[in-house]
Write a protein that binds this ligand. Sequence first.
Ligand SMILES: [Zn+2]
Length: 235
Amino acid sequence: MDDQLVEQLRMDVVRGAQALVEAGVLSGTQHGNWSVRIPGTDHILLTGSSLGGMKPEDLALLTLDGEVLQGGLSASSAEIIRMHTAVYLERSDVGSVVHTHSPYSSAFAVANRPLECYAEILARTGSSDPIPVAPYGPRGSDQSVANIVQAMRAAPTQNAVLLGNHGILAFGIDVAGARQMVFALEETAQLAILASAVGTPRTIPPHMVVAAEQRRVAFEAAGPVTAGGGSDRAD
Ligand SMILES: [Zn+2]
């Protein structure tokens, strides 16, 4: 295993957690846990139970069978190992998984209501179908994990599942992708709840969600625009 890469991944998760804390998108306890797949292996790094004040050494090294190879996890953190490993086993394209109790998106989870694409930030992730709800089961239990996998199979291209009566599970190809998904879910849920006070939140039509994601991808591929550099984007 590439030690330098592992250290980099530890730092990626620590910085990702800091970003969520600083953005104020966590619940008051800052509860959450985060994992990252070590590319090309069946190993992951997984954090403890708070995303606040996390240190690189807080991440334990585990196999996808749940065996701890290096470091350690508290009893409460050990409960959620399978909540993370199930996602990697189900989706080979996922490189990072984060769980939070972000209040607005968790409100949808408590209402057991799928989160539809009400806002631009979620459209940019390509989420035209609603973010599914996995019905409640005690965290990390067989029932809970089975419900998560079933929800993922019902929405195979979505990078998130709402955990009924609990919180959210967001994922992506890497730590940055998983972090962005938390931001997208939380902002969309907050806006939808606020919008319901002044009217009825409206969803973005699916073809426009596709257009929003394509536009983001095209601009990212074209790179930054600099003074005097012009742009030859077809737009
Ligand atoms: Zn939780």
